[in-house]
Design a protein around this ligand. Structure first.
Ligand SMILES: NC(=O)c1ccc[n+]([C@@H]2O[C@H](COP(=O)([O-])OP(=O)(O)OC[C@H]3O[C@@H](n4cnc5c(N)ncnc54)[C@H](O)[C@@H]3O)[C@@H](O)[C@H]2O)c1
Length: 396
């Protein structure tokens, strides 16, 4: 069945969706009904959109096209309003991650989706990988023994140009509106969400405790070098230690520590390494999975909106935590010029990797730049109004 789709946000990350929609349209799977953009499209964008309407107002575009699916790939602080418009029009929603910059916003979208009888998929594409499905099965079947913990680490480097490209980049809020664009909640959001899926702890109430260390090497509002340690209700310790200020970049890895085995999930590469043996997997895309689910509800959604409660617990803890602690200049080196300039934190690659191996925080590891007063954050307040969420992992 060929479904009609509109896309909001077509020039940044959304350009990938525009290209994918063109390929799916050529295969007869979808029909692009129009695009919502607030800035002029470039040559490639205009070619891909062709004679379809381009509108600055998503509600108007949905009304005019009667689209069955709305994809939202716009800045984080616009997600709640645009997601609401898609669902209010009666269309299914594919919403980029993080779903919203606040817990309350996510709750509203969960409720709107449920009450309208619609489907909402979130853009955590790591959850569409068959490597995750396989690892979830290995854990469930006890092939790694008892689960001792899950440690994730990531070391990327962002340039000054990355932060200049968009007014919301690296912001906790803008004019009083929450944005929550920190390392844990946006670039490495997949690491947090995927670790929780592996533990089957996708509900808000599945998280028993949250400890945060939020730091920043750059002169930005949000964290760029951070560690979170969670204890889930089922007793698993989950750590995620990440930086956007690496001198040497490497792709993020989730390390599953079992009593009888160890697995590494390289989620950006669909690569699973079990006790040293590499397995390469394929997967689907979140849009294709959404289409397959709409055609046949027996096909499970890989990243349904209501399986994001554990992630939102972390996001809310980050959002409401004190400002990130600036890393002393002694430990930060600036390299490059202009938009290509970078900040590098001394030894951060080792710190994030060791955190994942030992399930330890930066402060516990005695990392010099982290011992300047980044106290663990208080656990967020107990859930006043829990959203029930499935206990099982979305890909498991
Ligand atoms: N899944 C992933 O791996 C991944 C990777 C990168 C970004 N993202 C997510 O994609 C989203 C967009 O990120 P980005 O880096 O492309 O942002 P961006 O600011 O670079 O681009 C966003 C696009 O949306 C447009 N836009 C802004 N407000 C709009 C509105 N109200 N209506 C319609 N269009 C609007 C902008 O003109 C721009 O074309 C974010 O949620 C981000 O977290 C996801």
């Amino acid at each position: 069945m060929s479904r009609t789709v509109v896309l909001a946000g077509a020039s940044g990350y959304g350009r990938g969706y525009l290209r994918q929609l063109a390929a799916l349209e050529a295969a007869g799977a979808v029909r692009l009904a129009g695009v919502c953009e607030v800035h002029p499209l470039d040559d490639e964008g205009r070619t891909l959109v062709g004679d379809r309407p381009v509108d600055t107002d998503l509600a108007r575009l949905l009304d005019r096209t009667g689209a069955e699916i709305g994809i939202v790939a716009t800045p984080i602080h616009t997600h709640q309003a645009l997601g609401r418009q898609v669902l209010a029009s009666g269309a299914h929603l594919l919403l980029e991650k993080p779903p919203t910059p606040t817990l309350a916003g996510w709750r509203e979208l969960v409720e709107l989706t449920r009450s309208a009888g619609l489907v909402c998929q979130l853009g955590f594409q790591s959850l569409a990988s068959d490597a995750l499905t396989r690892l979830s099965a290995l854990i469930r079947e006890g092939r790694l023994g008892e689960l001792r913990g899950i440690g994730a680490y990531g070391a990327w480097s962002r340039t000054d140009g990355y932060y200049r490209r968009a007014s919301w980049a690296g912001r906790r809020e803008m004019d009083g509106v929450p944005v929550t664009d920190g390392a844990l909640t946006n670039p490495f959001a997949h690491a947090v969400a995927t670790a929780l899926v592996l533990d089957g702890s996708t509900g808000y109430g599945d998280i028993a405790a949250v400890e945060l260390e939020l730091l920043r090497a750059r002169d930005i509002q949000a964290d760029d070098t951070s560690c979170v340690r969670l204890r889930t209700v089922r007793g698993t310790v989950v750590t995620v230690a990440v930086t956007l200020c690496a001198a040497v970049e490497s792709e993020p890895v989730l390390v599953v520590h079992g009593s009888r085995g160890r697995a590494e999930l390289h989620y950006t590469r669909d690569l699973l390494v079990v006790d040293g043996r590499a397995e390469h997997h394929g997967g689907t895309t979140l849009l294709e999975n959404l289409l397959a689910h709409l055609d046949d509800p027996e096909v499970p959604l890989r990243s349904p909106v209501d399986s994001c409660g554990g992630f939102m617990r972390v996001l809310e803890a980050v959002r409401t935590a004190p400002d990130p602690v600036p890393i002393d200049r002694r430990w930060v080196r600036r390299r490059g010029e202009g938009d290509a300039a970078r900040a590098e934190v001394a030894g951060v690659e080792d710190a994030v990797r060791t955190s994942a191996e030992r399930l330890a925080t930066f402060a516990e590891l005695g990392v010099a730049w982290a011992s300047q007063g980044s106290a663990p954050s208080p656990d967020p307040s107990p859930d006043p109004c829990p959203v029930p969420a499935p206990r099982t992992g979305v890909a498991g």
